[in-house]
Design a protein around this ligand. Sequence first.
Ligand code: XMP
Length: 518
Amino acid sequence: MTQHDRLLIIDFGSQVTQLIARRLRELKVYCEIHPYQNVTDAFLAEFSPRAVIFSGGPCSVFDEGAPMPPRSVFDLGVPILGICYGQQAMMQMLGGKVERGHKTAEFGRAYVVPKDGKLDLLNGWFEDEREQVWMSHGDHVSEIAPGFEVYGTSPNAPFAITADPSRHFYAVQFHPEVHHTPNGRKLYENFIRIAGFTGDWTMGAYREDAIAKIREQVGDKRVICGLSGGVDSSVAAVLIHEAIGDQLTCVFVDHGLLRLNEADEVVSMFRDHYNIPLIHADESKLFLGELEGQSDPETKRKIIGRLFIDVFQKHANEIEGAEFLAQGTLYPDVIESVSFSGGPSVTIKSHHNVGGLPEKMGLKLVEPLRELFKDEVRALGRELGLPEKFIGRHPFPGPGLAIRCPGEITRDKLDILRQADAVYIDQIRKHGLYDEIWQAFVAILPVRTVGVMGDGRTYDYACALRAVTSVDGMTADYYPFSHDFLGETATRIINEVKGINRVTYDITSKPPGTIEWE
Ligand code: XMP
């Protein structure tokens, strides 16, 4: 059990609860997320938090059996911050009122302006008169609880920021944890300062802890690690190698859904940089065969997830004493499939790392990055001394090009997609934009359009370019390429890639879109 001061996040099922933990870890605060069902009076007494945060959530306080924290949380005498649904739950329990939303529902950007009165939580806020915040609520508070005052309002949320400073209870309608509340970090900084945290939780501490945990879990058994060449699996492999040395064997599965020349690059890159045994499994026939005729996104993901596990098991059987399968599963993979620790959030996508796992697989999982966000994985990679070349790579999803080929997957479409993607990334690199972008790729659309080239008619595929900025993959904005760049890229793709005659640019943010197309 950790010696650090602890902050408790009570999870009501928000898609972004993990980001609260993320923000707190940036501030070097040790915190744990627990679904509200597990937080009982006895749990609170045992956990003994220095502060508590109520997350947002998809429920309404009007729902039957609406999730609530135990009343005793308000008697702990520690600071409490309620966010979105957490704010509404807090208000209702302390004697305020909540109203059903409909007309006042708010999703996306909003601006909060201050009300009279100074609040310690708001140090460093409102220097520019108003603050941009990210709202995502249906219901809203209509009457604040006794003892509370209003410190900030937005057009659709008159009680955007409320507090009872004497008890250090704070409640906000927006999400300070997301990237699109640019000054949200300040609120957390103030909150933990008020609670008296010293900031003693670091990536170095995480590394030591993770290594000790891997050694304890694995003992003298062998581990196989699914290596994709991406940041996550590379960091996982190096971390596990540091923990257990040559008890680790890496397996690189080529599912036929990789980008141009990727398989060769990954294998040679890994062999150049590491001294870890690597099996190169070319299983493209198997994967593409089973995917034939499938067009439903969840079915595709589940097939790929299942085959990955089968292939690993096959190779594991050849490695004597292999009992563990290591994966670079991250927090976002976990949150969007099931909520942390079985909490109540809604399924958006089955990520291949966790979706489709057979009930009774013969291997136990080692997932040392399961609690980290992408940028934390990069920080851990640097801590472990990985070359910048690995660390700077854009994320590439486990199901690969399958989820960039909406509808049915054919070899033909995959080949066209690979060529187009290579041209696009080449353009981005040539213009010096690669490192500014979180992720960029082409999706080939399941639609053909009419064009004219030379004197002839064409009837070829349309494709969409995607490029987003993000810090953690949980929220994202489209990248604002210049029209010149887009025009030049479209021309190059259409001229250089046979099979594409129309190029579009995807300008959807996340939410409401997701980064990948499926
Ligand atoms: P979405 O599309 O959900 O993607 O906004 C968020 C981030 O996750 C990546 N992604 C995956 N990564 N297995 C992975 O390892 C998956 O099944 C998977 N699906 C999406 C995506 O590329 C983006 O970086």
